[in-house]
Design a protein around this ligand. Structure first.
Ligand code: NAD
Ligand code: LMR
Length: 328
């Protein structure tokens, strides 16, 4: 067994939290040889419910659970953490767009960014799940001037997994036979699920499906999947979101597979003509705990227009929250 690492999860008594904590504690995120100390943050009224979750975590007697800290103090929650999954936020209801949550949730991520800045490990890996995830990640990052901006990422892995699943179903193959799918941009209905570089069983994906399906079925289905789940369940996705969060962190910690990539919302460095600084979904490979944007992909007019539309939305969201950034 390795030395334990500290993993913070906010919104730990919420529905994603309930689907997430037990898998992290069981070693699904960082490996069966990596003990974790969970740091669970909740708002004060949710602390009794959180205590129940802590009792259940202890009752599982997981070999990889080395301790639990449960608190409503953000400074305690982020003390010395190696990983932070920022889940706690208000989810959207039927008929809302994720950006309708900007004001309500934006105020949460500034103080959390500052607390990470003041207390977390200097190479902390932060994943923002709470919506609107990309712009919340930017708010947190902009309140953490002493941390590397690349410490802050947003989750588009759920969209990536949804794209794998839709394409697998259409082609009659398993998701494991699909490589090089990309989610460009925002975790919102402007996201662009791109199959131009994807392969199914080694063959170009777009040779196996017709353009009408790609354009009129696949893309809107992936873009609207969150809303479809809210409509069907009466609550936003939870187990699949938790699973994607685990995938995102596991890949970031342990690396991508040879010959494949994943999609991560990361600070744009201007690659592919995207506005520098926005937290944008890119195809990335990961090695030794560091992610790198896949470079040199050919981008046609179809993709360009869609990549720019989601960039525009992210720039607009950024414009609406700049008052929440720490003064430089
Ligand atoms: P939930 O309402 O069940 O749980 C949220 C929890 O966060 C609650 O227990 C609440 O008390 C807590 N919380 C609120 N403010 C907090 C704060 N300041 N600090 C700590 N905890 C706080 O919601 P959920 O279904 O678990 O969803 C959480 C978030 O994840 C929502 O914003 C939702 O839209 C988002 N989400 C994102 C994705 C994605 O792909 N990025 C997918 C699904 C859901
Ligand atoms: C999702 O994609 O399922 C989540 O972001 C929840 C939502 O609001 O769509």
């Amino acid at each position: 067994m390795k030395a334990p690492v500290r993993v913070a999860v906010t919104g730990a008594a919420g529905q994603i939290g309930y689907a997430l904590l037990f898998r992290i504690a069981a070693g699904d995120m960082l490996g069966k040889d990596q003990p974790v100390i969970l740091h669970l943050l909740e708002i004060t009224p949710a602390l009794p419910a959180l205590q129940g979750v802590v009792m259940e975590l202890n009752d599982c007697a997981f070999p990889t659970l080395a301790g639990v800290v449960a608190t409503d103090d953000v400074n305690v929650a982020f003390k010395d953490v190696d990983y932070a999954l920022l889940v706690g936020a208000r989810p959207r209801g039927p008929g809302m767009e994720r950006k309708d949550l900007l004001e309500a949730n934006g105020a949460i991520f500034g103080p959390q960014g500052k607390a990470l800045n003041d207390h977390a490990k200097r190479d902390v890996k932060v994943l923002v799940v709470g919506n609107p995830a990309n712009t919340n990640a930017l708010i947190a990052q902009q309140n953490a001037p002493d941390l590397d901006p690349k410490c802050f990422t947003a989750m588009v892995r759920l969209d990536h997994n949804r794209a794998l699943s839709q394409l697998a179903e259409k082609t009659g193959k398993h998701t494991t036979q699909i490589k090089k799918v990309t989610i460009w941009g925002n975790h919102s209905s402007t996201q662009y699920p791109d199959l131009h570089h994807a392969t199914v069983d080694g063959k170009p994906a777009l040779n196996l499906v017709d353009q009408a399906w790609y354009e009129n079925d696949f893309i809107p289905t992936v873009q609207q999947r969150g809303a479809a789940i809210i409509k069907a369940r009466g609550a936003s996705s939870a187990a699949s979101a938790a699973s994607a969060a685990i995938d995102h962190m596991r890949t970031w910690a342990l690396g991508t597979e040879e010959g494949d990539w994943v999609s991560m919302g990361i600070p744009s460095d201007g690659s592919y003509g995207i506005a520098p600084g926005v937290i944008y979904g890119y195809p990335v490979t990961v090695k030794d705990g560091k992610y790198a944007i896949v470079q040199g992909l050919e981008i046609g007019d179809f993709s360009r227009a869609r990549m720019d539309a989601t960039d525009k939305e992210l720039r607009e969201e950024r414009g609406g929250v700049e008052h929440l950034f720490a003064k430089k």
